[in-house]
Design a protein around this ligand. Structure first.
Ligand code: SF4
Length: 214
Protein backbone atom coordinates (compact mmCIF):
# COMPACT_ATOMS: atom_id res chain seq x y z
CA UNK A 1 0.00 0.00 0.00
CA UNK A 2 1.10 3.53 -0.76
CA UNK A 3 -0.24 6.72 0.82
CA UNK A 4 -2.83 8.48 -1.35
CA UNK A 5 -5.01 11.47 -0.54
CA UNK A 6 -8.26 9.50 -1.08
CA UNK A 7 -7.16 6.42 0.86
CA UNK A 8 -7.71 6.32 4.61
CA UNK A 9 -6.66 3.76 7.17
CA UNK A 10 -9.34 3.52 9.85
CA UNK A 11 -8.30 2.17 13.23
CA UNK A 12 -10.85 1.09 15.79
CA UNK A 13 -10.21 2.68 19.22
CA UNK A 14 -12.84 2.06 21.90
CA UNK A 15 -11.16 3.73 24.88
CA UNK A 16 -7.86 4.05 26.68
CA UNK A 17 -5.65 0.99 27.11
CA UNK A 18 -7.55 -0.91 29.81
CA UNK A 19 -11.00 -0.33 28.30
CA UNK A 20 -9.93 -0.96 24.72
CA UNK A 21 -8.20 -4.25 25.58
CA UNK A 22 -11.19 -5.35 27.68
CA UNK A 23 -13.69 -4.67 24.88
CA UNK A 24 -11.52 -6.44 22.33
CA UNK A 25 -10.90 -9.26 24.82
CA UNK A 26 -7.18 -9.25 24.06
CA UNK A 27 -4.35 -7.65 25.98
CA UNK A 28 -1.92 -5.48 24.05
CA UNK A 29 -4.31 -4.41 21.26
CA UNK A 30 -4.29 -0.75 22.34
CA UNK A 31 -0.48 -0.57 22.23
CA UNK A 32 -0.39 -2.30 18.83
CA UNK A 33 -2.97 0.14 17.45
CA UNK A 34 -1.11 3.20 18.75
CA UNK A 35 2.21 1.97 17.34
CA UNK A 36 0.49 1.22 14.03
CA UNK A 37 -1.00 4.70 13.85
CA UNK A 38 2.36 6.32 14.59
CA UNK A 39 4.08 4.26 11.92
CA UNK A 40 1.34 4.92 9.34
CA UNK A 41 1.58 8.68 9.99
CA UNK A 42 5.36 8.55 9.66
CA UNK A 43 4.94 6.84 6.27
CA UNK A 44 2.53 9.57 5.13
CA UNK A 45 -0.82 7.74 5.37
CA UNK A 46 -4.09 9.47 6.16
CA UNK A 47 -5.39 7.86 9.35
CA UNK A 48 -8.65 8.18 11.22
CA UNK A 49 -9.99 6.38 14.25
CA UNK A 50 -13.45 4.93 14.78
CA UNK A 51 -14.85 4.87 18.31
CA UNK A 52 -17.96 3.00 19.39
CA UNK A 53 -19.79 4.56 22.33
CA UNK A 54 -21.32 1.88 24.56
CA UNK A 55 -23.80 2.10 27.43
CA UNK A 56 -21.02 2.10 30.02
CA UNK A 57 -18.59 4.30 28.05
CA UNK A 58 -17.03 6.98 30.22
CA UNK A 59 -17.07 10.13 28.11
CA UNK A 60 -14.28 11.74 30.16
CA UNK A 61 -12.12 8.81 29.11
CA UNK A 62 -13.22 9.26 25.49
CA UNK A 63 -12.14 12.90 25.66
CA UNK A 64 -8.73 11.77 26.91
CA UNK A 65 -8.55 9.22 24.09
CA UNK A 66 -9.34 11.90 21.49
CA UNK A 67 -6.62 14.16 22.97
CA UNK A 68 -4.10 11.33 22.75
CA UNK A 69 -5.12 10.46 19.18
CA UNK A 70 -4.84 14.11 18.17
CA UNK A 71 -1.37 14.30 19.76
CA UNK A 72 -0.10 11.30 17.76
CA UNK A 73 -1.28 12.90 14.52
CA UNK A 74 -4.60 11.19 13.70
CA UNK A 75 -6.28 13.15 10.89
CA UNK A 76 -9.90 12.63 11.93
CA UNK A 77 -12.20 10.98 14.46
CA UNK A 78 -15.32 8.93 13.75
CA UNK A 79 -17.90 8.03 16.38
CA UNK A 80 -20.92 5.73 16.40
CA UNK A 81 -23.21 4.22 19.01
CA UNK A 82 -23.12 0.50 19.66
CA UNK A 83 -26.60 -1.02 19.53
CA UNK A 84 -28.21 -4.36 20.10
CA UNK A 85 -28.37 -5.98 16.67
CA UNK A 86 -28.77 -9.66 15.90
CA UNK A 87 -25.11 -10.67 16.08
CA UNK A 88 -24.45 -9.12 19.49
CA UNK A 89 -26.81 -9.83 22.36
CA UNK A 90 -24.96 -8.12 25.18
CA UNK A 91 -26.33 -5.53 27.55
CA UNK A 92 -23.52 -3.09 26.83
CA UNK A 93 -25.10 -1.56 23.76
CA UNK A 94 -27.15 1.63 23.84
CA UNK A 95 -30.84 1.98 23.08
CA UNK A 96 -32.17 5.00 21.20
CA UNK A 97 -32.98 7.38 24.11
CA UNK A 98 -29.69 6.61 25.82
CA UNK A 99 -27.87 7.20 22.54
CA UNK A 100 -29.42 10.66 22.28
CA UNK A 101 -28.40 11.58 25.85
CA UNK A 102 -24.81 10.44 25.43
CA UNK A 103 -24.38 12.01 22.03
CA UNK A 104 -25.49 15.43 23.25
CA UNK A 105 -22.16 15.41 25.15
CA UNK A 106 -20.25 13.92 22.23
CA UNK A 107 -21.61 16.74 20.03
CA UNK A 108 -19.97 19.28 22.36
CA UNK A 109 -16.66 17.38 21.99
CA UNK A 110 -16.94 17.71 18.22
CA UNK A 111 -16.37 21.47 18.68
CA UNK A 112 -12.95 20.82 20.24
CA UNK A 113 -11.64 17.88 18.16
CA UNK A 114 -11.33 17.12 14.47
CA UNK A 115 -14.43 14.98 13.96
CA UNK A 116 -15.00 13.45 10.57
CA UNK A 117 -18.48 12.40 11.63
CA UNK A 118 -20.69 15.03 10.00
CA UNK A 119 -22.61 17.55 12.13
CA UNK A 120 -25.86 16.36 10.50
CA UNK A 121 -25.18 12.82 11.64
CA UNK A 122 -24.25 14.01 15.15
CA UNK A 123 -27.50 16.00 15.35
CA UNK A 124 -29.34 12.86 14.34
CA UNK A 125 -27.58 10.97 17.15
CA UNK A 126 -28.61 13.58 19.69
CA UNK A 127 -32.22 13.39 18.54
CA UNK A 128 -32.47 16.71 16.69
CA UNK A 129 -32.83 15.26 13.22
CA UNK A 130 -34.76 12.47 11.55
CA UNK A 131 -32.87 10.34 9.06
CA UNK A 132 -33.69 7.00 7.45
CA UNK A 133 -30.98 4.46 6.73
CA UNK A 134 -29.29 3.99 3.35
CA UNK A 135 -28.12 0.38 3.76
CA UNK A 136 -26.21 0.24 0.44
CA UNK A 137 -24.31 3.47 1.20
CA UNK A 138 -21.31 1.69 2.77
CA UNK A 139 -21.20 -1.76 1.17
CA UNK A 140 -19.25 -4.48 2.97
CA UNK A 141 -17.03 -6.92 1.08
CA UNK A 142 -15.59 -9.81 3.06
CA UNK A 143 -14.06 -13.20 2.13
CA UNK A 144 -17.57 -14.64 1.59
CA UNK A 145 -18.54 -11.92 -0.91
CA UNK A 146 -20.72 -8.78 -0.85
CA UNK A 147 -22.64 -8.80 2.41
CA UNK A 148 -26.32 -7.85 2.20
CA UNK A 149 -28.04 -5.78 3.34
CA UNK A 150 -25.38 -4.00 5.40
CA UNK A 151 -22.29 -4.17 7.58
CA UNK A 152 -24.42 -5.21 10.58
CA UNK A 153 -27.13 -7.56 9.32
CA UNK A 154 -26.20 -10.58 7.24
CA UNK A 155 -29.06 -12.09 5.27
CA UNK A 156 -26.88 -13.32 2.45
CA UNK A 157 -23.69 -12.78 0.47
CA UNK A 158 -23.46 -12.12 -3.28
CA UNK A 159 -20.47 -12.88 -5.49
CA UNK A 160 -20.60 -9.48 -7.24
CA UNK A 161 -21.47 -5.93 -6.25
CA UNK A 162 -23.93 -5.67 -9.17
CA UNK A 163 -25.86 -8.73 -7.97
CA UNK A 164 -26.03 -7.36 -4.45
CA UNK A 165 -27.38 -4.02 -5.67
CA UNK A 166 -29.92 -5.56 -8.05
CA UNK A 167 -31.14 -8.54 -6.05
CA UNK A 168 -31.52 -6.96 -2.60
CA UNK A 169 -34.96 -5.56 -1.77
CA UNK A 170 -33.62 -2.38 -0.15
CA UNK A 171 -37.09 -1.17 0.90
CA UNK A 172 -37.30 -4.02 3.38
CA UNK A 173 -34.55 -2.55 5.56
CA UNK A 174 -34.30 0.44 7.89
CA UNK A 175 -35.98 1.68 11.06
CA UNK A 176 -39.67 0.72 11.08
CA UNK A 177 -39.19 -1.80 8.28
CA UNK A 178 -37.16 -4.54 9.90
CA UNK A 179 -37.24 -5.18 13.66
CA UNK A 180 -33.48 -5.77 13.70
CA UNK A 181 -33.03 -2.14 12.63
CA UNK A 182 -35.18 -0.67 15.43
CA UNK A 183 -32.34 0.71 17.57
CA UNK A 184 -29.76 1.21 14.83
CA UNK A 185 -28.16 4.64 14.37
CA UNK A 186 -24.84 3.45 12.95
CA UNK A 187 -22.75 5.69 10.72
CA UNK A 188 -22.46 2.99 8.05
CA UNK A 189 -26.20 3.33 7.31
CA UNK A 190 -26.97 6.93 8.26
CA UNK A 191 -23.94 8.99 7.13
CA UNK A 192 -24.73 8.16 3.47
CA UNK A 193 -28.23 9.55 4.05
CA UNK A 194 -26.64 12.87 5.03
CA UNK A 195 -25.36 13.08 1.44
CA UNK A 196 -28.85 12.69 0.00
CA UNK A 197 -30.54 14.97 2.57
CA UNK A 198 -28.12 17.87 2.70
CA UNK A 199 -29.59 19.84 -0.20
CA UNK A 200 -33.02 19.99 1.47
CA UNK A 201 -32.17 22.70 4.00
CA UNK A 202 -30.08 25.88 3.76
CA UNK A 203 -29.25 25.57 7.46
CA UNK A 204 -27.78 22.08 6.88
CA UNK A 205 -25.91 23.22 3.77
CA UNK A 206 -24.36 26.11 5.71
CA UNK A 207 -23.42 23.91 8.68
CA UNK A 208 -21.78 21.37 6.37
CA UNK A 209 -19.86 24.08 4.49
CA UNK A 210 -18.50 25.46 7.76
CA UNK A 211 -17.61 21.94 8.94
CA UNK A 212 -15.81 21.17 5.65
CA UNK A 213 -13.83 24.39 5.67
CA UNK A 214 -12.91 24.47 9.33
S1 SF4 B 1 -30.81 0.48 9.99
FE1 SF4 B 1 -29.58 0.17 8.12
S2 SF4 B 1 -27.44 0.00 8.81
FE2 SF4 B 1 -28.76 -0.31 10.60
S3 SF4 B 1 -29.03 -2.54 10.75
FE3 SF4 B 1 -30.76 -1.74 9.54
S4 SF4 B 1 -30.15 -1.87 7.39
FE4 SF4 B 1 -28.29 -2.08 8.65
Amino acid sequence: MRPRPNFTLTVHMDGLEETHDRILERKGTFKIAVEGIKKAKKLGFRVCTNTTIFKDTDLVEIEMLFSQMTDIGVDGLLVAPGFDYEAVGEDMFLVRREIERKFAQVFEMSKRFRFWSTPMYLRFLKGEKQLQCTPWGNPTRNPQGWKAPCYLITDTHYPTFREMMEKTDWNRYGVGRDERCAQCMMHCGFEPTVVTEIAKSWKDIWEMIVWNLT
